[in-house]
Write a protein that binds this ligand. Structure first.
Ligand code: 13P
Length: 263
């Protein structure tokens, strides 16, 4: 399967946003756009990752959409199961609430919350054991890119999880390449640079797993309606992980439409 034969994914990462009333308006706006002009499921997977607090209410809102939209957790505990772990939410609890997707390895969690590769491996292992699909985020800093280390850093972040992902479980992993310098900065990687990195990631994945050729590799970092088509045109960019622009119903819809129509 070539990179472009993969059904694209467009996932909105709401981060620590928005207030309840705004979330309601955003979701109803997005559902209305889908209703007027449906994006078929086979042309694009769509997901929304709200705060932990809003997971179940967003999931309930999305249930009345014309098509399925995944509810994605932004985080999961490094601890599995149930127990006395104040403030934590385990993979099993997510699964019990019918949340089947989770982001792991986002640079904000790596950097601000000091999530090391060991911690991330615990999360990956627990999520897979509970049967969740993981959107595993990787990406280099500006300094690493300027020092010519971007590919090495990103491939190492992928190699890090090989210790805890069993053969069949690679089918439950989606990769999101998010160069840190492009997140929330308005500075997108050029389609050429993004495609080059995505092709390297694809090459790395095919060396690790037979599923490498069919795994989705999403791009994230200042994806907007204005640049979605040119990113979608790149053969190894199989979708987008969208931050800021996912907080606007029309922008998020247009990004999903760009990937659905271009792929
Ligand atoms: P922005 O789209 O706001 O740059 O955020 C990207 C991101 O971090 C998505 O996970």
């Amino acid at each position: 399967m070539s990179g472009s034969a993969i059904t694209p994914w467009v996932v909105g990462n709401w981060k620590m946003n928005p207030m309840q009333a705004d979330a309601k308006e955003l979701l109803s706006g997005f559902k209305k756009l889908l209703q007027n002009n449906e994006i078929k499921e086979e042309n694009c997977h769509i997901g929304i990752a709200p705060s932990m607090l809003a997971l179940t209410s967003v999931q309930a809102e999305l249930a009345s959409s014309v098509r399925s939209i995944y509810t994605v957790a932004q985080n999961v505990s490094r601890i599995a199961g149930l127990g006395a772990y104040t403030g934590e939410v385990s993979a099993e609890l997510l699964k019990d609430h019918h949340i089947d997707f989770v982001l792991i390895g986002h640079s904000e969690r790596r950097e601000i919350f000091n999530e090391t590769s060991q911690i991330l491996n615990e999360k990956v292992k627990n999520a897979l054991t509970a049967g969740l699909t993981i959107i595993y985020c990787v990406g280099e800093s500006l300094e690493q890119r300027e020092n010519g280390q971007a590919e090495q850093v990103v491939l190492q972040q992928i190699c890090d999880i090989t210790a805890v992902v069993q053969a069949e479980q690679w089918q439950k992993i989606v990769i999101a390449y998010e160069p840190i310098w492009a997140i929330g900065t308005g500075k997108t990687a050029s389609p050429e640079d993004a495609q080059t990195m995505h092709a390297k990631i694809r090459e790395g994945l095919t060396q690790i797993t037979p599923f490498g050729a069919s795994m989705a590799i999403l791009y994230g970092g200042s994806v907007k309606a204005e640049n979605a088509v040119e990113l979608a045109t790149c053969p190894d960019i199989n979708g987008a992980l969208v931050g800021g622009a996912s907080l606007n119903a029309a922008s998020f819809y247009e990004i999903a439409q760009a990937f659905a129509n271009t792929k």
